[in-house]
Design a protein around this ligand. Structure first.
Ligand code: UDP
Length: 495
């Protein structure tokens, strides 16, 4: 049924499947989960997103718009137990966590959501639950009510395969702790030969850190869950989709890129947090630029880069001579602001646009004037760059971002690495060695220029970008996998 025709009739259909979607409280999880909830609703399901009150405010505009067009999409809130764990009020998502001490508290707060979540399950009796990776106990909670839980990590088949390979074979254990941090090893058993260095390995694999237990629980709950939902599409990574499904034996459905659910400017502008810049201003700015001439620079929703590094980046971008839009996060105090030379913004006027804190990313990336993307390699960002058909400069920092970099630069070959060497949790990035302005300017020119290699990369990115649209349209691979999942849930619940 076309979405526009699904009015109250769909809402009262007692054969209607009801999905609960419970994202990890981080922008990189909530944003795609809302897209997924909308995708289900557009197929006639009832979708209910579970989140905390502050997070609900950034979701509600989108869900209200969908509801007014007849979709059965809802939000249920659970209070965030900040006081119980000793966190200040207002810190309800990862992007608000600003010190290492807050992390274990934040994780404890998430764990306290189990009981209220089970109450919601009892009241609403949904047919299935899609829950984020850091909510491992949802597998058990759903099982209490005989409901299947499907995991959502928000990453690719490639990264899932790398993580599993590192877990199974622990290739890094063969390298002595005193070895050169640049010593590399091959990740065993993958379809391609992929190497990484010790210093790119996540902290939790190199020794216990605050995420080590969580990652273990996450993996265990994934194995015990009904399956894994993947925000990717088959044609992007066929060898890894096969590997993850057949060699590693995981039950999965790929339904992405889910960001393509946002088809118009309002959808794109209101996705995620409230933008700190007027979207018309950005669009006008971009309209004044030539096609493929602007580099978009953004490092996602949580990463914090040291002031020294920001300064190198500012100089590198200016010296490259290319136009750019740069999203600089969390600049609040005068002290933090001081990384920029006083007259920097005047100097770059016309060529560079700085956006503080939050930009309408997909709206920008999809503009024809944008010809490149410097990214921290969060999977959502990578996939959004892929959809926009732009080549990338990869600057991974933490989480599975180093794996994503390898995917972009070595598997699909639509990006140039900036040469980031060290994994570092987003909060203590100060200790990471600087990427110098000369390197930044050189790599930007390499990507945005018209050299042979750049042209090939631009062409490849464009071709893959076109494939994304087909995958989510009727008849495409992601559309079909979403149908398979829905049909399977109907059989499971006998609806
Ligand atoms: N995002 C955005 N505006 C910003 C920064 C981020 O819209 O200024 C969105 C971005 O489009 C993506 C998500 O936030 O959908 C970030 O997810 P990603 O996986 O790229 O990185 P993370 O924030 O999880 O590190």
């Amino acid at each position: 049924k076309p979405a526009s025709k699904m009015g109250s009739e769909a809402i009262t259909d007692n054969q209607q499947l009801h999905a609960f979607l419970f994202p990890v409280m981080a922008q990189g999880h909530m944003i795609p989960t809302v897209d997924i909830a909308r995708l289900f609703a557009a197929r006639g399901l009832k979708s209910t997103i579970i989140c905390t009150p502050l997070n609900a405010t950034s979701i509600s505009k989108t869900t209200e718009r969908d509801r007014s067009s007849g979709l059965d999409i809802n939000v249920q809130t659970i209070p965030f137990p900040a006081a119980e764990v000793g966190l200040p009020q207002g810190i309800e998502s990862m992007d608000k966590v600003t010190s290492t001490e807050m992390i274990p508290k934040f994780l404890s707060a998430i764990a306290l959501l189990q009981q209220p979540f089970e109450q919601l399950l009892e009241e609403h009796r949904p047919d299935f639950v899609i829950a984020g990776m850091f909510l491992p106990w949802t597998t058990e909670s759903a099982a209490k009510f005989g409901i299947p839980r499907i995991c959502f990590h928000g990453t690719s088949f490639f990264s899932h395969s790398v993580m599993e390979s590192l877990e199974l074979y622990k290739p890094y254990e063969a390298i002595s702790v005193d070895a050169d941090p640049d010593s590399s090893f091959v990740i065993p058993g993958l379809p391609d030969k992929i190497e990484m260095t010790m210093s790119q390995l996540p902290d939790h694999l190199r020794g216990k850190n605050v995420f080590a237990d969580m990652m273990e629980k996450t993996r265990e709950s994934e194995i015990n869950s009904y399956g894994v939902l993947v925000n990717s599409f088959y044609e992007l990574e066929p060898a890894y989709a096969e590997h993850y499904r057949n060699t590693l034996g995981r039950k999965t459905w790929h339904i992405g890129p889910v960001s393509l659910r946002n088809t118009n400017a309002i959808d794109k502008a209101q996705r995620g947090k409230k933008s700190t810049i007027d979207e018309h201003y950005v669009l006008n700015w971009l309209n004044s630029k030539e096609q493929n001439s602007v580099l978009y620079v953004s490092f996602g929703s949580v990463s914090r880069v040291s002031n020294n590094q920001l300064l190198e980046l500012a100089m590198g971008l200016e010296n490259s001579g290319y136009s750019f839009i740069w999203v600089v996060r969390q600049i609040k105090t005068d002290d933090e602001e001081s990384f920029l030379p006083k007259d920097f913004e005047e100097r770059i006027e016309g060529t560079g646009l700085i956006i503080r804190d939050w930009a309408p990313q997909v709206l920008i990336l999809d503009h024809p004037a944008v010809g490149g993307f410097m990214t921290h390699c969060g999977w959502n960002s990578i996939l959004e760059g892929i959809c926009a058909g732009v080549p990338m400069i990869t600057w991974p920092m933490f989480a599975e971002q180093f794996y994503n970099e390898k995917f972009v630069t070595q598997v699909i070959k639509t990006g140039v690495p900036l040469g980031a060497k060290e994994y570092s949790m987003w909060i203590d990035a100060k200790n990471v060695s600087l990427v110098k302005k000369e390197t930044i300017a050189m790599v930007v020119s390499q990507l945005m220029g018209d050299g042979e290699e750049a042209k090939e990369m631009q062409q490849r990115a464009k071709e893959i970008g076109e494939m994304t649209k087909m995958s989510v349209e009727e008849g495409g691979s992601s559309y079909a996998d979403l149908t398979t999942l829905i049909e399977e849930m109907k059989v499971y619940t006998k609806k």
